[in-house]
Write a protein that binds this ligand. Sequence first.
Ligand code: SF4
Length: 451
Amino acid sequence: MAYEEPVTDYDHIVENCTCAFCGCNCDDLDYLIKNGHVVAVRHACRLGASKIMEDMDQRLMVPMIRGASGELEEVDWETALNKAAELIAGAVRPVFYGWSETSIETMKQGIALGEEVGAVLDNQATICHGPSLQAVQNAGYPVMTLGEVKNRADMCVYTGSNAMNSHPRHMARYTTFPRGYFRQRGRFDRTIVTMDPKYSDTAKMSDIWVGFEQNGDYEFYNAIRAVLKGKELKKDVIAGIPKEDIYELVEAMKNVEFGALFFGLGLTHTLSKQRNIDIAIQMVQDLNKFAKWVLMPMRGHFNVNGFNIFMAYEMGFPFGVDFARGYPRYMLGETNTIDLLTREEPDVFMVIAADPGAHFPGGANKHLVNIPVIQIDIHWGPSTELADVVLPGSFVGVEVGGTSYRMDGVPIFMKKAIDKPETCRDDEWIVRELKERVFKIKAEQAKVASK
Ligand code: SF4
């Protein structure tokens, strides 16, 4: 990689900003500002820096509506908001999806709107750590904060997670390298284990790599649990791992002072899905008979956890919440976005701060082609190609402040560093405007109906 000169040409620095990319929510970033733009970021990883310093090429700048020609055409805010409000107010089965890359303040407006129109509100957990949330409901949640891991953990396990690529500063800030109160020698005081079929970049940074077979998760954790309970393993090789290695690993896990297990999509997306997490949770509970052990899902987007926490706080359920009957219902497999789209139920789809066009299976996107789609986002992406109304939002943590929840549930206020483009609006403002317009349409409809 070519050496890049440090940026020295800037007007001022805004310190202690928070990265709006992954669930680490790094809140130690400094933005270097020149002429109202972020020209460099200190302390961020490459993922975070590339998002914060995005070039404006693909920025959604103006509201648009798809015209008779089939092309998106520029309109004023009034026209776009009215069109979106009409679509939402006239819908029978609206779905509001996304939310994980915007603020809690925006979600608050969205929940009120969803409740009014009987929508389904769902976030990216539905295609990500939803199985983990199910497992937590099944088996419990022996969780911790990342600060506890930094100060106490002498063994950290990454399973089904490649933190070096997905959460690049996780090892540096919390698990591997930092010196903690009881771990003064940092890296030398910790054993790092990666359990993953692939010899990933995280495995390369670890002391131990356990390369169990793909889809072998359930069998592998079952074997660990059996050994923890004092049983003999009957097979010589389990999920591709010789039984002697499993005995040795269990012995090491029993003899730590504080163990932390982080799991990712390797568990949630492979065969058995939430059952993989069930058994991982039970394994951690069993380990607590010998040593202190905790676990945590490696939540993806910077505020995916925020939606689940806020939704559960407000409505009692974390995601896939259906207000169709006027009160919240939660039925996994029924009220989740992919299931609804595959069954071709929704008649209006609002996507905010997410890109289903890029990340949903084709079968689900097929239905999005046939129904009106309202997009609130900052970038042109595959979902814009599906959208009928486009409302350009603002970049939380750079252009607008807002609250987010880190992967461990610690709330962080993300401050504003620069002004947003004049033609864009805050996400919170957009959703509030939609809510007020929809409420007005509904009130008028009720007045007419009562005559
Ligand atoms: S680790 Fe995550 S939150 Fe931290 S700077 Fe990188 S992308 Fe941003």
